[in-house]
Design a protein around this ligand. Structure first.
Ligand SMILES: NC(=O)c1ccc[n+]([C@@H]2O[C@H](COP(=O)([O-])OP(=O)(O)OC[C@H]3O[C@@H](n4cnc5c(N)ncnc54)[C@H](O)[C@@H]3O)[C@@H](O)[C@H]2O)c1
Ligand SMILES: O=C(O)C[C@H](O)C(=O)O
Ligand SMILES: [Mg+2]
Length: 607
């Protein structure tokens, strides 16, 4: 249907040099873009539509003359007009409830997304700090909860249990010839909001928006996928407006057959795509990761992306204490939440300790304490989930099922990290107990999303646990003004710092799988991104304003790890030998040159 030629990567190189600055607007010369449509069909296609920005010659060439008001409005003017309407929405909704304002902001952005993707992604990239909380966490959670009511037009593809046996042909219904990144969910654990069934499609859409904005994946080559295998959410099943299958979730083999069929279909059509699994309930997150990671180019963001971001944060807290990184092996870490994210983080952190100290995995678990909904996990627990067995403590040390506060008071941990999905669970008592931590700078990570599900707020953490803490949260919070006159820095400990680079680095390496080495390289790259000075101030992660730069660095680290693992197969004209001969700087440059940047390309019609 369409083909993209030259131009984009040239534009991306210029874009990368300025990291999204407005200066770029007039500096790049975009290459042409082939379009197989004409007239009104182009205006209704957000991939090609330029609204009033079509130059007169293009209007003639494409049969648009008369279909638009006569005046040609420049990209800069369109951009300014959108920002002005957004700011005026902000003014007009002042004083209204947060949810109402957030949804209104999401709607105005979504309308632009549906109409003109080039302008949409440009405003997103240039204003990522303001707009990420709307198109991504936390507002995306609210959007999923209200999806059936908000639904206007489809985005992505839906594969349901009723499509069994049809998927291999259905996949060809997708209009794009090339797909680079797929994000798939079954809607079973959307953020900390539980089973939202088909309404979970908002998550792959939001994640892929971040891929375009952060990793420069061409938006014509992303594909959000909803695997609708039913829902166990009774409220949704009873809602007459619910848009998904009205049946309980498939289980066991029936479930796996659906996922298998989708994976076969997707990789048959796009053998070089990368698939990110997102927000699957823990049992399926682990099972599918195990089942597919050696067979397909895929990773699970909640298990693996989160683990890398958390590890970078944990290493940062050691540096923030003014201690050498090797001291990580002595950090006592309490993890609250033993699901897909909590277990992924714990396992990765224990592996890091084992590697650093040169000890076995079992020995390295000594300083880790895992708490789930039934309290501290010990070997005494009946029906112990096999995934948590390696981390179960001896009940002689602390009793089975001990509460968070009991564990914190007994262990005096350096780090308290929450991935429980339970809002406010780090209450005043728990936070005050962290004052007795053995660390000079105790760290509190309230990583659950969205905002109301965070284990504590930033303000409460600094108020109750002390002004010397290091704080991270999954959803954004404002920095906190401390009584001592300084600023309590809030880190957004969110996998958004890694998944775009993991996906992009993997894609551009041409690797057919994502190895542990690639994931570790991503985490190490993020961990070493910050200067000592920043880390001393409690700043563990870079500003989201630098996300394109971070993603290029992470992507290069991932690609180089794929070279080390000897699994690169190349991408486009760049072969495996070229990749393996690139220096670190050349790899970053290669990644950067391949990042798409939104700019109007001249459209050339071809039948
Ligand atoms: N910041 C990030 O980048 C990031 C990444 C992934 C997940 N998350 C968030 O982490 C949360 C959990 O995700 P998940 O996939 O691990 O979910 P999950 O359902 O797999 O696991 C939740 C875990 O929390 C435990 N839990 C529930 N109630 C508890 C309680 N009262 N006390 C202690 N533990 C309790 C459960 O037993 C379970 O082990 C979600 O809110 C999700 O949004 C954040
Ligand atoms: O989506 C996010 O913001 C992070 C994470 O993947 C989550 O599931 O909470
Ligand atoms: Mg997730």
């Amino acid at each position: 249907m369409w083909r993209n030629i030259a131009g984009f990567s040239k534009a991306a190189a210029a874009a990368a040099r300025t990291h999204g600055s407005r200066r770029y607007l007039s500096s790049a010369i975009p290459g042409p873009c082939i379009v197989h449509k004409r007239g009104a069909d182009i205006l209704h296609d957000p991939w090609f539509n330029k609204d009033t920005g079509f130059p007169l010659t293009e209007r003639d060439r494409l049969g648009l003359r008369g279909l638009l008001p006569p005046r040609v409005i420049s990209f800069e003017q369109q951009y300014a007009r959108f920002i002005e309407s957004f700011r005026s929405l902000e003014r007009n909704t002042q004083g209204q409830p947060d949810n109402v304002v957030s949804l209104a902001k999401w709607r105005i952005l979504n309308r632009l997304h549906d109409r003109n993707e080039t302008l949409y992604y440009r405003v997103l990239i240039d204003n990522i700090k303001d707009f990420a909380p709307i198109i991504y966490t936390p507002t995306v959670g609210l959007v999923c909860q209200n999806y059936s009511g908000l639904y206007r037009r489809p985005r992505g593809m839906y594969f349901s249990a009723k499509d069994k046996g049809e998927m291999m042909s259905m996949i060809y219904n997708w209009p794009a010839h090339q797909v680079d990144m797929i994000v798939i969910t079954d809607g079973s654990r959307i953020l900390g909001l539980g089973d939202l069934g088909v309404q979970g499609i908002g998550i792959p859409i939001g994640k892929l928006d971040m891929y375009v904005a952060s990793a420069g994946i061409n938006p014509q080559r992303v594909l959000p996928i909803m695997l609708d295998v039913g829902t166990n959410n009774q409220k949704l099943l009873q809602n007459p407006l619910y848009l998904g299958l009205r049946q309980p979730r498939l289980e066991g083999e029936e479930y796996l057959e659906i996922v298998d069929e989708f994976m076969e279909a997707a990789f048959t059509r796009w053998p070089k795509a990368v698939v990110q699994f997102e927000d699957f309930q823990a049992k399926w997150a682990f099972e599918t990761l195990d089942r597919y990671r050696k067979k397909f180019c895929m990773f699970n963001d909640d298990v693996q992306g989160t683990a890398g971001v958390a590890l970078a944060g944990l290493l940062g807290t050691v540096r923030a204490q003014g201690r050498p990184l090797s001291d990580f092996v002595n950090q006592k870490i309490v993890v609250v939440g033993a699901g897909s994210a909590g277990l992924g983080v714990t396992k990765t952190a224990v592996q890091a300790v084992a590697r650093m100290a040169g000890i076995s995995f079992a020995e390295a678990t000594k300083n880790f304490y895992l708490i789930d909904k039934d309290g501290l996990v010990t070997t005494e627990r009946s029906k112990l989930d096999p995934a948590v067995v390696p981390f179960a403590k001896n009940p002689a040390e602390i009793r089975e099922g001990a509460s968070i506060v009991e564990v914190v008071k007994t262990v005096r941990p350096h780090v308290l990290l929450g991935l429980s999905g339970v809002g406010g669970i780090f209450n005043e008592e728990v936070l005050k107990a962290m004052r007795e931590s053995d660390s000079c700078k105790p760290a509190i990570f309230a990583m659950s999303n969205p905002t109301l599900n965070a284990e504590c707020t930033a303000a409460d953490a600094f108020k109750h646990a002390g002004e010397n803490i290091v704080f991270g949260s999954g959803s954004p919070f404002e920095n906190v003004q401390l009584e001592n006159g300084s600023v309590g820095h809030v880190n957004q400990a969110n996998n958004m710092y890694l998944f775009p680079g993991i996906g992009l680095g993997t894609l551009l390496s041409g690797a057919r799988i994502v190895t542990d080495g690639m994931l570790l390289a991503a985490a190490e790259c993020l961990a070493s991104y910050m200067t000592d000075e920043e880390v001393q101030k409690g700043i563990l992660y870079p500003s989201i304003n630098n996300i394109r730069h971070i993603t290029a660095e992470v992507g290069a680290a991932v690609l180089r790890a794929a070279v080390t693992d000897d699994i690169v197969e190349g991408h486009g004209d760049v072969g495996p030998r070229d990749l393996s001969h690139m220096s670190k700087e050349e790899t970053v440059d290669y990644i950067t040159r391949n990042m798409w940047f939104p700019i109007y390309s001249p459209l050339v019609h071809e039948k």
